[in-house]
Design a protein around this ligand. Structure first.
Ligand SMILES: NC(=O)C1=CN([C@@H]2O[C@H](COP(=O)(O)OP(=O)(O)OC[C@H]3O[C@@H](n4cnc5c(N)ncnc54)[C@H](OP(=O)(O)O)[C@@H]3O)[C@@H](O)[C@H]2O)C=CC1
Ligand SMILES: O=C(O)CCC(=O)C(=O)O
Length: 466
């Protein structure tokens, strides 16, 4: 069941054509010099520039406008201290950021992450990717990301509330329904959004859609909780359909056990696939019988209510196994859904997945695959959906939440789910449109990057030198 082979023969697929190698290299040298030590940001830009540079080279208008140099510089970054008091009365201080990356096609939009590993580099990579992801949705949303190096794990509800209230006391100056609309991400779910929204309302004396992912009783949208996971599975189903197949009957491995992972498994079950793994930062569980709806209901309670560890799954379902300090990529599967965090698939993991015959990888997490791993997937010609396309369903439904707030109406569950399906299928088609330079398997990385780029670039060109 578990294998770790690395013996994979790549097929000859060009990632960067010879004619653009020098431009990519010199662009990356400049970016690394201007942003020293920001390795995650470098990685996100490199993955983008490798596929977009040939397109830019072919279009003089983008070259003349220095478009890539401008797009890789955030509009602004706000850095601030968040001081709060823990339950023992001790004063604690954290650092928080909001990276407002690009608002060419709409107000800034993107999540907030609370995790001890949050750095400026991580938030810049996320804000950069968000700009093109939001463009792909077809909705009027610019790109941003924010967060704090605060660890919500092990904190009481009161501590999390005090942290959120203190964070919003500063953040409220920088956001607004036509300016910047944050949402959740790792460590920020319904509980945190509620505390943040309550504090905004109190400070500003306004009831406005300045956050998405709100509770259904105070302006939230149906299906926002499920949207990223559902959207990722819809995108994967679109890729299978494009080659005359479907997810039905496929064996799937999923990492993470948070918001994205849980609703990925739920939608896989709806479509007749079988998810056999989940994980957290302590290790992964393997359930050969599949994580069906009843087991998933237990996982939701474990993670969303009791805030427990995934290892507890094997106490409740003893036929499953727990593998400590390991990830699920050695489990044989037809499709993989990385849904935890960045760089969770190493080159060796990618090679193991390929060796085991994986046919599709759909990235629920942001940038979960190291760049060499992404190259291996592209060269193997599998159905490989990069995060900015595959996980765009979350922000898409956030965009729909903004529309409902602006109109002061709320759509029913079926209506929102139908719109989500249409948006994911539209993103799929845009990727296919821009993907290929002459036959072969669809290169979804190239397709997503160029399709996301064109809309933002054309808006920037229209504004002139701003
Ligand atoms: N929520 C959303 O709508 C969207 C989320 N995403 C992306 O999806 C991914 C997951 O987000 P989400 O589900 O919301 O977050 P959650 O906080 O709900 O869950 C995160 C999960 O990933 C695990 N995890 C986090 N960091 C690590 C790590 N360093 N190593 C191993 N496991 C880790 C967590 O385990 P543990 O509890 O042990 O830390 C947890 O199981 C992120 O990359 C996020 O940016 C993308 C688009 C939208
Ligand atoms: O819903 C949103 O605004 C943001 C979602 C997000 O953070 C992401 O797409 O990575």
């Amino acid at each position: 069941m578990l294998t770790t082979s690395t013996d994979v023969t790549p097929v000859p697929v060009t990632i960067v054509p010879d004619s653009c190698q020098d431009e990519v290299q010199s662009f990356m040298h400049g970016l690394e010099r201007r942003n020293p030590g920001e390795v995650e940001f470098h990685q996100a830009v490199q993955e983008f520039v490798e596929t977009v540079m040939p397109f830019v080279m072919d279009h003089q208008k983008y070259r003349d406008a220095q478009i890539l140099e401008r797009m890789t510089e955030p509009d602004r970054i706000v850095i601030f201290r968040v001081t709060w008091q823990d339950d023992s009365g001790q004063i604690r201080a954290n650092r928080a950021w909001r990276v407002q990356f690009n608002n060419s096609i709409g107000p800034y939009k993107g999540g907030l992450r609370f995790h001890p590993d949050v750095t400026l580099s991580v938030l810049k990579f996320l804000g950069f990717e968000q700009t093109f992801k939001n463009s792909l949705t077809g909705l009027p949303m610019g790109g941003a990301k924010g967060g704090a190096n605060f660890n919500p794990k092990g904190k009481s509800d009161s501590e999390v509330m005090r942290f959120c209230q203190s964070m919003m006391t500063e953040l409220q100056r920088h956001i607004g329904e036509d300016t910047d609309v944050p949402a959740g991400d790792i460590g920020v779910s319904g509980r945190e959004i509620s505390y943040l929204f309550g504090q905004y309302k109190r400070l500003a004396n306004r009831y406005a859609g300045i956050l998405t992912g709100k509770g259904l009783s105070f302006g939230g949208s149906q299906v926002r909780t499920e949207a990223t996971g559902y959207g990722c599975v819809y995108f994967c189903e679109n890729m299978f359909r494009h080659v005359g197949d479907s997810l039905a009957g496929k064996r799937c491995i999923v990492s993470g056990s948070g918001n994205v992972a849980i609703y990925t498994v739920e939608k896989l079950n709806h479509l007749g696939a079988k998810a056999v793994t989940l994980s957290d930062s302590s290790g992964f569980i393997y359930d050969p019988d599949g994580i069906d709806a009843d087991k998933l209901a237990w996982v939701k309670d474990l993670k969303e209510v009791r805030r427990g560890r995934i290892a507890e799954y094997t106490e409740r379902f003893p036929h499953a196994s727990f593998y400590p300090d390991a990830n699920p990529w050695g489990v044989e599967a037809d499709a993989a859904f990385p849904s935890a965090t960045q760089n969770e698939i190493s080159l060796e993991d990618a090679q193991t997945l390929l060796k085991n015959g994986v046919r599709a990888v759909a990235e629920g997490a942001n940038m979960p695959t190291v760049i060499e791993g992404a190259h291996a997937f592209m060269k193997a010609g599998i159905l490989y959906a990069p995060s900015k396309a595959a996980n765009a369903g979350g922000v898409a439904v956030s965009g729909l939440e903004q529309s409902q707030n602006a109109l002061r109406i709320s759509w029913g569950r079926e209506e929102v789910d139908k719109r989500l399906q249409d948006i994911m299928s539209d993103i799929h088609d845009k990727c296919v449109h821009y993907a290929n330079d002459g036959g072969g398997p669809v290169n979804y990385v190239r397709g997503a990057n160029i399709a996301g780029f064109v809309k933002v670039a054309d808006a920037m060109l229209a504004y002139g030198a701003v």
